[in-house]
Design a protein around this ligand. Structure first.
Ligand SMILES: C[S@@+](CC[C@H](N)C(=O)[O-])C[C@H]1O[C@@H](n2cnc3c(N)ncnc32)[C@H](O)[C@@H]1O
Length: 367
């Protein structure tokens, strides 16, 4: 049946007799009115990786119109999940959204669509304790990608942005780095706030992952209305995140490291990490912070003991400890690439809670 357009609906609504004559049509028309009038707020996702932030914002009702990253392996994972042609059952978004593979410094403003919101989990190496502490002077230019973000914010003028980074961003260079970030964004006319949140306290995910979230609003009143999520109880357990049937290749039984770790890795549902010379037990009943380095050599991948022996956790379990949905698909690429991707990503539920609170503010635009 051909569904009436908006104009027809308006005309019909002037003739209540005709309009009420068939409930079935009436219902269809109402649904159509709804579809015409509700347009999802759009967002662009920079440094999108494998789409953790994208999923969180889409779950909150936003529409992703552009994603960028320069990592080919990320594109494989991203497109494997979000491109309709690859994944016909894509539950994440109605429209296909391919990852735009390019170094952000080479992406012209004209190639980026207009948006209501900009999100960016920008590279954290220059700011993290584990990295070089080089900040904006990072030799590899990684600190400078921040200025690509300001370039795009200045051009697209979004109502809101969300930036995510390691907790240490706040203290880096005695607080000078975050000061520069605030100054640059305030110069563009934004009002900012930030909060460090740990996934185990704010996302109901058993991972010790502290990250700083910076939210900026173009409208000062929106900032006053916005609140960061508050703590919630942690009910999800390590056990909830573990797989039942794990491939033999993940077990250390008979491997060189086995003799060095077997005395220390003894408790079930506890995660351990091999720290070059010794094993460290996580005593908080959560997973230690997953990092991008997990992809390099694999020694930092958390270790666990189950009914079949001692093993490292699998890429799927990393996805679970980042709160990715169960139907997120892992492509057949090297495990090292998958470990890196999940270590680099976000805890989806924490970002989703921020996105929900941003939505509340934007829904009351007239304030
Ligand atoms: C911390 S991760 C963000 C991960 C993402 N939020 C997710 O959920 O998967 C940073 C990402 O920035 C990308 N990146 C770093 N420098 C870049 C650049 N100059 N241009 C484009 N992407 C870059 C990396 O490949 C990496 O995937």
């Amino acid at each position: 049946m051909k569904i009436a357009n908006k104009k027809t609906v308006k005309i019909l609504s002037n003739y209540p007799d005709l309009f009420n004559y068939n409930n079935f049509i009436n219902e269809k028309l109402n649904r159509n009115i709804k579809q015409c009038s509700i347009k999802k707020p759009s967002f662009i996702d920079l440094f999108a990786g494998i789409g953790g932030i994208k999923i969180a914002f889409e779950q909150a009702g936003f529409e992703c119109v552009f994603s960028n990253d320069f990592d080919k392996n990320c594109k494989i994972t991203y497109d494997y999940n979000f491109l309709k042609t690859n994944n016909p059952n894509n539950i994440f978004q109605e429209q296909s959204n391919e990852l735009f593979l390019a170094d952000i410094s080479g992406v012209k403003n004209i190639d980026i669509p207009a948006c209501d919101i900009l999100t960016a989990g920008f590279p954290c190496q220059p700011f993290s304790i584990a990295g070089y502490r080089q900040g904006f002077a990072d030799e590899k230019g990684r600190g400078n990608v921040f200025f690509e973000i300001t370039r795009i914010i200045e051009n697209k003028n979004p109502k809101v942005f969300l930036l995510e980074n390691v907790k240490n961003l706040k203290n880096h260079d005695n607080g000078k780095t975050i000061k520069v970030i605030y100054n640059e964004l305030e110069k563009l006319g934004y009002y900012l706030c930030d909060k460090v949140m740990n996934a185990m306290d704010y996302g109901n995910i058993p991972q010790n992952r502290e990250r700083i979230y910076i939210v900026g609003f173009k409208n000062k009143k929106h900032l006053q209305k916005f609140v960061f999520p508050t703590k919630i109880p942690l009910t999800k357990t390590i056990e909830n995140c573990l797989e039942k049937n794990v491939d033999k290749k993940y077990y250390y039984n008979d491997k060189p490291l086995f003799s060095r770790i077997s005395n220390a890795v003894v408790k079930k549902n506890t995660l351990y990490q091999w720290r070059r010379k010794y094993v460290r037990e996580n005593k908080n009943s959560v997973c230690p912070t997953l990092t991008a380095n997990m992809g390099m050599g694999g020694h930092n991948v958390p270790i666990i003991i189950d009914d079949y022996g001692i093993r490292k956790i699998t890429p799927r379990e990393c996805a679970n400890f980042q709160g990715f949905p169960a139907d997120y698909r892992l492509p057949k690429i090297a495990d090292s690439a998958l470990y890196k991707q999940f270590g680099n990503s976000v805890v989806v539920s924490v970002v989703n809670r921020i996105a929900e609170n941003i939505k509340v503010v934007l829904e009351n635009e007239d304030i």
